[in-house]
Design a protein around this ligand. Structure first.
Ligand code: HEC
Length: 739
């Protein structure tokens, strides 16, 4: 590799510095020694990689190690080739900036030019300890690559993706992660992606265990809005990725982690057997960051020989954000990578500047202090590519035309930012939706038929309950790509919510035709069938989901609901129980078991399930009504009344709440309150014959025979064959005639 150092060095007693300043070491000055000044510099900045078994090509731990390479150390530090650090100083203030101060560089130069003394034993610093153990202690969960693969001794770099299924049947929040690549010497960097629907594994059924080649990958984000939010990036001297307090990331049953590794042959065959250690926390996230991307891949079409090919993108922020981290990314032709923000007042804020891009040294950079960017700020990406022979990294000789792509001979130009929305009011929409929509609209401005952007935009609209708009966009996607199963499924959800359930079911069917393994589509079809009275079809759909995914708690609940409607209470109960065993918080299962217990007269059991359900869904008025019935059966009238008052608050125009409340008051001997509630129920629904009959009974008990008679007659005008009203009227007549 030819390498051009920043300056020519004159080594000797007098040393030429970058600024051209000439400093001479005077004999009277205290000598620079390894033990006193040099070891601390190396231990802080170099030995994280340069230790036996580390990512660097040799160790610099001991005095002998360092002295043997003294000249070289002096050169690579003066030119700032080492430690590897790409960002320009002063263009973004980053945590763990791996950069020597000019004083430190001077000390190294003095040490080398004065003969590399070891120094006094009393000055020696304890050398840092590196071993094979986890730096944060024993992880809560260790995932290992199933089949270690062998990297050949030589040849070009390899990019491999290993799938690590998350094996636990329970959601966990990850506060820290450590990657042990097995052989750090060959792993240049590794990225971890969360595949929410195991889509990558399904796409590569034959070889996912052995590692699938590919530099970049796209994984499914699933149906709920749950955008990627964390940089899970590892490089050889990264100890462990500890997330800030309040920002753990989530892993659900059925998720896969994908380990995307950049491997470099070392001269001998090496076994790559990576492990990921995960550390959990019980506390769910209280802050929700999101990753945003700028790119313009469709503009990447670089003619051979072009020395300054520019690719730009910009994104205007719809909300205030704190930028927490940044990850610029290009392949081998990238040269000068700039990112900056233009604030609404016109002020320019640098986010990062890399003058001499080197893919082998790519990294995620975290800001020492979050960079605040107000709403209306435009973020700019400005990348310059060099496709000439002079670019020492150019993989093609002679240069050829290069476009965007996944292989290392293709090019890429991405700028990722981790941002945390700030200054948002607590009741407003999830601000990440606005960011995601702005990002996708930006992509569509560049590429109107970008189906991924259309899909994500529609998903964001769905999360905002803008179903009609979502339907419009999903229709565009399936028009461009009729085989896009996820888009058909999304279209179905949109249609269902705009009232076209027949259209919805057709869309779910199309989704299954395009991809029979997309269980969300089968599940959604089942839900729709259940809601529209097609009970045996729903039963079949949920069973089809369970054949593919036996541990799907929602499908067990769905099947149970269908069984309930088929009046197979026993089978329903066992399906609800199966659901609850998988997901102890499954709302449908808790509610369903509560309902079954109620109908079996097991009021205490019913109350217990329904209380748990109400805790999960405190704003569900129906649940509170059911819970009130259970309480009333247990003679806990004041608890029942309290639940119903809350239900009333949640749905003030539901006559049923008032009718039930009336019955509870009546059972508790509060006759006037009972009458008032029944009157209110009838005000909301005057056509309820049962209600008029009930009101009559209450009036009769209160001694208002004339009013009771009116009420029973009212009931009979609505329903002439109303048996109880007839009987009550007759009894009233008999009582009136009695002497
Ligand atoms: C992030 C890991 C890392 C850190 C930190 C690091 N190095 Fe290196 N170093 C490497 C790797 C990898 C190579 C070999 C490949 C290359 O040149 O990038 C290397 C190569 C070298 C070389 C040989 C250069 C040549 O011309 O072949 C020297 C000398 C060196 N490092 C010294 C240092 C010193 C001194 C420091 C601290 C001031 C340091 N390194 C910090 C990873 C690191």
């Amino acid at each position: 590799m030819n390498r051009i150092y920043g300056i020519g060095l004159a080594v000797g007693i007098c040393v030429v510095y970058i600024l051209g300043l000439r400093v001479c070491v005077r004999a009277s000055e205290a000598p620079v020694t390894f033990n006193r000044q040099i070891a601390p510099i190396l231990y802080k900045n170099c030995t994280t990689c340069h230790h036996p078994g580390g990512g660097g090509p040799f160790s610099l731990l001991t005095f002998d190690d360092a002295r043997r390479r003294g000249q070289q150390i002096m050169q690579v530090t003066a030119s700032r080739y080492m430690p590897p650090w790409l960002p320009e100083h002063g263009y973004g203030d980053f945590e763990d900036e791996r950069r020597l101060t000019s004083e430190e560089i001077t000390l190294i130069q003095k040490w080398v030019s004065t003969g590399m003394a070891r120094g006094e034993a009393a000055d020696a610093h304890p050398d840092p300890h590196y071993d094979e153990t986890w730096t944060l202690g024993k992880p809560d969960l260790v995932l290992s690559v199933e089949r270690p693969s062998t990297l050949r001794a030589s040849g070009s770099d390899i990019f491999l993706n290993f799938v690590l299924p998350y094996p636990i049947n329970q959601t966990h929040y990850v506060r820290a992660m450590e990657i042990r690549p097995g052989t750090p010497q060959v792993v240049h960097h590794a990225n971890v992606l969360i595949d929410r629907t195991a889509s990558w594994r399904h796409q590569h059924p034959d070889n996912w265990r052995d590692g699938v080649p590919g530099m970049e990958l796209i994984v499914d984000a699933g149906n709920t809005f749950d955008p990627d939010s964390h940089f899970l990036f590892w490089k050889p001297d990264t100890p462990a990725l500890v997330e800030p307090v309040g920002m753990p990331w989530r892993l659900d049953p059925g998720n896969d982690l994908i380990l995307n590794m950049h491997l470099k042959p070392s001269g001998k065959p090496e076994t790559v057997a990576a492990q990921i250690g995960l550390y959990f926390t019980a506390t769910p996230p209280s802050k929700q960051p999101i990753l945003l991307q700028l790119e313009h891949d469709s503009a990447l079409n670089i003619p051979p020989g072009a020395r300054e090919f520019i690719v730009e993108d910009q994104l205007k922020l719809p909300v205030d954000v704190d930028v927490l981290g940044i990850y610029p990314h290009a392949h081998y032709l990238g040269k000068d990578l700039q990112a900056y923000a233009i604030l609404p007042n016109g002020q320019k804020t640098w986010l990062i500047w890399i003058r001499n891009w080197d893919i082998d040294r790519q990294s995620v950079y975290r800001y020492r202090k979050p960079v605040f960017l107000p709403k209306g700020t435009t973020i700019h990406m400005h990348y310059i590519y060099d496709n000439s022979r002079e670019n020492v990294h150019n993989p093609n000789d002679p240069p050829i035309r290069v476009r965007a792509g996944n292989r290392s001979v293709d090019e890429m130009g991405h700028l990722w930012l981790q941002v945390l929305p700030v200054n948002t009011s607590p009741n407003s929409l999830d601000p990440r939706l606005l960011l995601e929509a702005a990002w996708m609209e930006n992509r569509l401005r560049k590429e109107p038929r970008d189906t991924l952007a259309l899909y994500n935009l529609a998903a964001a609209e769905t999360s905002e309950d803008n179903y009609a708009r979502a339907v419009q966009i999903y229709k565009q996607v399936v028009e461009i790509n009729p085989k896009d199963a996820r888009a058909w499924n999304g279209l179905g959800v949109g249609l269902e919510n705009t009232g076209d359930w027949q259209g919805a079911q057709q869309a779910f069917q199309k989704a299954s035709d395009a991809d029979p393994t997309l269980i969300d589509a089968i599940f959604n079809r089942g839900k729709s069938q259940l809601d529209h009275g097609q009970i045996s079809e729903a039963d079949q759909s949920f069973r089809a989901v369970l054949r593919q995914s036996p541990n799907d708690a929602s499908a067990h609940s769905g099947l149970a609901q269908a069984l309930l409607k088929e009046e197979n209470e026993e089978a329903a109960e066992s399906e609800f129980a199966a659901s609850l065993r998988i997901d102890s918080q499954n709302l449908d299962a808790l509610e369903g078991l509560g309902q079954v217990a109620l109908s079996q007269g097991q009021s205490a059991q019913a109350a217990e399930y329904l209380e748990r359900a109400a805790q999960r869904a405190p704003n569900d008025s129906i649940l509170r009504q059911q819970l009130a019935i259970a309480y009333a059966q247990l003679q806990r009238f004041s608890d029942a009344i309290q639940q119903l008052q809350q239900a009333q608050h949640l749905s003030p125009n539901d006559p049923q709440v008032h009718a039930t409340l009336s019955q509870v008051y009546s059972a508790n001997g509060q006759l006037p309150e009972a009458i008032a509630e029944e009157q209110e129920a009838l005000r909301l629904n005057a056509a309820d014959a049962d209600g008029w009959n009930n009101l009559g009974v209450l009036e009769a008990r209160a001694g208002n025979s004339a009013m009771a008679r009116d009420d029973f007659e009212h009931a009979l005008r609505i329903a002439p064959d109303h048996g109880p009203a007839k009987a009550n009227l007759a009894r009233l007549g008999a009582a009136a005639k009695a002497p």
